[in-house]
Design a protein around this ligand. Structure first.
Ligand code: WQD
Length: 321
């Protein structure tokens, strides 16, 4: 919106709330059109395309918890694959041929080396990663057979919040991911953080990940739209970029960085490894810089500061409204 796009949001609110859009209006002074639909509902999705001339789609509607995907694989395949096929079908029927897809670094599985470049072998290790891979494959095939322009963005570990403190991460239930869990320990909602494994072959034995500020991630999507906006060609194309900082941080390093901002200790205990976790992964983000002119700008300290501002201003997330 701040890049002057008119934005239409279609979301079933299965893991979000429409309050966030009211906060977005406070930040931008603009209102996004909002349709509370499941994009698997073809009639409802078609109606959205009937109501608005759409230039491009950013597709990030999907379930995204690795552990949950192992327990509920069919739910993940139905939600992530059906939704994508229906979306691409409706796009084609309205000749909307530009899509930016939210993919994930989980398609790389456990890499032989780090940092990871986009040409690394794809080794999905769970149903969630496999659904991301399969949607990538759909787009690789569709762009070969049509004039569809696709950009696949492989997210590393998005964390942080908007620096207004008005919008941020508010997962339903017990957080799967590290950052919201730490923030909820800090705010007193959770008693103690379990650190999953202290015996990995890493700098301090705990898992290493490439944490990227969610605002840097958002800017990567604007750059992706710009990258395909001007290309009106008959032949489709499918571009793939890692969205990461190129730096890895261990769990202990994240805890220490957060404590510096929080000004107190975070209660944690090192426990056994979490099944499915890999020891270490972080991105080589050079290609996105070369081809889209994008680079992550915010530091781990920025991510901690913005996370704590959001959590302390919204102890119960959006439920405070
Ligand atoms: C990070 C590190 C854990 C929780 C997942 C998805 C990935 C992407 C980001 C969407 C690991 C450790 C975590 C906790 C811990 N999502 N940890 N205690 O698993 O790297 O990636 O989220 O694209 O697809 O797989 O993120 O935040 O769960 O874990 O010690 O309570 O923190 O072991 O080393 P992950 P995470």
């Amino acid at each position: 919106m701040q890049a002057d796009y008119d934005v239409i949001v279609a979301d079933n609110l299965s893991n979000s709330v429409d309050t966030a859009l009211e906060r977005v209006k406070e930040i931008t002074g603009k209102t996004a059109f909002f349709y509370q639909i499941d994009i698997r509902d073809k009639a409802a999705l078609t109606e959205v395309f009937n109501q608005h001339p759409i230039d491009a789609v950013i597709h990030m509607a999907g379930l995204k918890a690795v552990g949950e995907s192992c327990a509920e694989p069919l739910m993940y395949y139905q939600n992530n694959l059906d939704a994508s096929m229906i979306l691409f079908e409706v796009m084609q029927s309205f000749s909307v041929n530009k899509v930016v897809f939210s993919s994930s670094a989980t398609v790389y599985g456990d890499p032989d080396t780090v940092p990871i470049t986009e040409d690394f072998p794809l080794r999905m290790m769970n149903p969630y990663g496999r659904t991301k891979y399969m949607v990538e494959e759909m787009l690789r095939d569709i762009t070969l057979a049509s004039n569809m322009q696709a950009v696949l963005l492989r997210y590393f570990n998005p964390i942080g919040a908007h620096d207004s403190g008005l919008i941020g991460e508010d997962p339903h239930g017990i957080p799967n991911n590290l950052m919201p869990y730490i923030a909820q320990v800090a705010i007193g909602q959770r008693e103690k953080l379990s650190v999953f494994g202290g015996d990995y072959p890493t700098v301090d034995g705990t898992g290493v990940r490439d944490y990227i500020h969610v605002v840097d991630l958002a800017k990567g999507h604007v750059k992706a739209l710009e990258r395909i906006a001007e290309t009106e060609t008959k032949q489709g194309q499918c571009l793939t970029y890692n969205l990461g900082t190129g730096r890895g941080s261990s769990v202990i390093e994240v805890i220490n960085a957060f404590e510096k901002v929080y000004g107190d200790k975070i209660n944690y205990e090192i426990v056994e490894r979490r099944p499915g976790d890999v020891p270490e992964y972080f991105a080589n983000p050079q290609l996105a810089n070369e081809e889209m002119g994008w680079r992550a700008e915010k530091s781990l300290d920025d991510m901690m500061t913005d996370t704590w501002r959001w959590q302390s201003q919204n102890p119960n997330g959006y439920k405070d409204d």
